[in-house]
Design a protein around this ligand. Structure first.
Ligand code: C2E
Ligand code: MG
Ligand code: MG
Length: 598
């Protein structure tokens, strides 16, 4: 039998529940079984049905009697028709009632002998549907006590229906309307209002962080946190704005049709309120909120995914000083592209064929010899072409892929170093490492790769950026010390663009300082750069580091750095990064060139 929504006898939820095109949740009718059971006892009937105007139908049959009862499409259609009129009715002999008996059917085969119904009203007196009782055999009219019992049952069913419609919109932990309600209301507003609507979404905490709260403090804390945030947003709203809980850490506000975009000053006030530390269950916490704004047009509702787009703006807003941002298609495209790249990078890492290492020589100025090669990761995507490491390394860091990338670099770089050693090429290999790699496992990861490829650790150097190297904690320091003790060189990369704490620099267990190319490139053209770089070289030497100049692009810059007595140079003027197989040739040509110039 086809029932559009509701429960089948025995309390089974109906599988065929109509969808609206928006996300909706099915809720059973609270208390229906109890009401129906009472009605079967009070009226001595085997079957009770509740039909509501939204198309849902709920059935209850006395256990053991289901099979003998006429649950079919014809009965459902007949009840729908009666429920629409919404008047109380009792038919003592329904065998010849045309509503239950299809045209031409024999009354001897009638399945309904008796029925009575009472209209069901909601809490505001609005008619919601009707409650029915059935019997197979004709009966006498209901006694007044039975009639009163049917009325009471209908009143209780109305309360249950009101509760169900409340529950179908409300998130139980925050008691705010949920995502299904948001889409229903947005749809209604777009259909009946001006055809566009503004919405604001509020990201309270990244999901990973939220999950960390739950792990550390339990669900009660997380619920209290979301409630506290929701209260602040609620306090910010003005009449006509509706607040929704659209995901565990996300709220949305639907602005009334005539409202337009909220003013910057209003948004600043919302962000300021959300940035105030939240004290929940006695634990104070500061959130990093992001408020995203989007104007939706009616035609974008289906397939346009307005919530996703608004959330994209709030995600971007989280990282901005203002904490709010209006949706921007190009940011969205960029994020989608990043997501695409991350999945592609994960595939490239497991496949390995699209990744390659290039090597850029580092030349010692005193001897004019190549003393080290820096391994630089290269990724050639089959359709996008080359993707720069400045793009994919940060993505790998964000997506939890950086250790896999670093291990891949260790493995391939050390295999290449072993091959050069077999050819008699004696160089050190310098490998870039992310701050995320910097933990107690790093030394053993590198040592394992060195053993696998048979290369000594003292031919290796790890490059960390200035921020990583200087500001990390005691654990970082002890990791770096362990590496140094094993003979691994440590280079502070891109030095000079961060804000180094010189005292921390003094205590760094590093062996080289690589001065950032942005400072080096300007030598000879920008007046102050020379003074700054000269001071850095002196400082590096004073602290016992070898000083390497990155970004030596021209002969003029090379002359300038030679003058500064730095130790090594690296840059396009010396050599471009190249494939491992090209290094031997390059070294040979260098040697010929050196001999010629002697
Ligand atoms: P970096 O470690 O500072 O590497 C030097 C970058 O400068 C390289 O860019 C190199 O190609 C480029 N370069 C070298 N000489 C010159 C020059 O004379 N002028 C200019 N303008 N640039 C020069 P690349 O290969 O694009 O790498 C960019 C950054 O990506 C690297 O900066 C490093 O931070 C990161 N990276 C590269 N490979 C890896 C890797 O395997 N692991 C990690 N964690 N990071 C990597
Ligand atoms: Mg580097
Ligand atoms: Mg660098």
């Amino acid at each position: 039998m086809e029932i559009s929504r509701g429960s089948l006898p025995g309390g089974q939820p109906d599988a065929d529940h109509a969808t609206t095109g928006f996300e909706s949740e099915h809720h059973a009718l609270p208390g229906f079984e109890a009401v129906a059971r009472l009605a079967t006892h009070a009226l001595d009937v085997p079957l009770v049905a509740l039909l509501l105007g939204d198309g849902s139908a709920f059935w209850y049959a006395t256990p053991g009697l289901q099979d003998a009862l006429p649950l079919d499409d014809a009965l459902l259609a007949a009840c729908r028709g009666i429920a629409r009129h919404g008047v109380a009715e009792t038919v003592c002999d329904a065998r010849e009632d045309a509503r239950f008996l299809p045209a031409g059917a024999n009354p001897a085969h009638a399945t309904v002998g008796f029925f009575a119904c009472e209209p069901v009203f909601g809490l505001d007196g609005q008619r919601l549907g009707a409650l029915f009782v059935f019997d197979r055999r004709p009966r006498l009219a209901l006694a007044s006590a039975a009639q009163a019992a049917l009325r009471d049952a209908a009143a209780l069913a109305g309360t249950g229906a009101a509760l169900r419609s409340y529950l179908s919109r409300i998130d139980p932990s925050t008691r705010l309307p949920h995502r299904g309600a948001f889409f229903a209301d947005l749809g209604a507003q777009l259909a009946h209002g001006s055809g566009t609507a503004w919405l604001a979404t509020i990201e309270t905490a990244p999901v990973a962080r939220f999950n960390a709260f739950v792990r550390a403090m339990g669900h009660a804390y997380a619920d209290a946190l979301v409630r506290a945030t929701a209260e602040r947003v609620q306090a910010w709203t003005t009449p006509g704005m509706q607040l929704y809980m659209v995901a565990p850490t996300r709220l949305a506000v639907l602005l009334p049709s005539a409202h337009g975009a909220p003013a910057p000053v209003q948004l600043d006030a919302l962000v300021a309120a959300l940035r105030e530390p939240v004290d929940c269950l006695g634990v104070a916490l500061s959130l990093q909120p992001g408020v995203g704004l989007l104007e939706v047009e009616a035609h974008e509702l289906r397939g346009g995914d307005p919530l996703r787009r608004a959330m994209n703006a709030s995600w971007i807003a989280m990282g901005t000083p203002s904490g709010w941002a209006v949706y921007n298609r190009s940011d969205d495209e960029r994020q989608r592209q990043e997501f695409f790249l991350v999945t592609e990078l994960a595939a490239a890492l497991s496949d390995g064929t699209e990744l390659e290492l290039h090597y850029q020589p580092r030349v010692e100025l005193e001897s004019n010899r190549c003393v080290a090669l820096e391994a630089l990761a290269r990724w050639r995507h089959p359709t996008l072409g080359p993707v720069s490491p400045s793009t994919f390394v940060p993505l790998a860091e964000q997506a939890g892929l950086i250790r896999t990338l670093t291990d891949w670099v260790f493995d391939h770089g050390l295999a290449q170093l072993a091959a050069w050693q077999r050819e008699g090429i004696d160089v050190r290999l310098s490998l870039n490492v992310s701050s995320i790699d910097l933990d107690s496992a790093l030394a053993s990861r590198l040592a394992a790769a060195a053993v696998r490829h048979g290369v000594p650790l003292n031919r290796l150097e790890l490059e960390f950026t200035e921020g990583t190297a200087i500001y990390h904690n005691e654990l970082t320091r002890s990791t770096l010390v362990a590496l140094r003790e094993a003979g691994v060189g440590i280079a502070i990369d891109d030095f000079g663009i961060g804000y180094s704490n010189l005292d921390a620099l003094r205590h760094m267990p590093a062996s080289s300082l690589k001065i950032d190319q942005s400072l080096v490139r300007g030598l000879g053209t920008r007046r102050h750069d020379a003074a700054i770089v000269r001071a850095m070289v002196a400082l590096g030497h004073e602290l016992g580091f070898r000083v390497v100049m990155e970004g030596v692009e021209t002969a003029g810059v090379l002359a300038a750095v030679r003058d500064m007595e730095c130790d090594e140079v690296q840059g396009y003027h010396i050599a471009m990064p190249m494939r491992g197989a090209e290094i031997a040739d390059w070294l040979r040509q260098q040697a010929i060139h050196d001999e010629a110039s002697c």
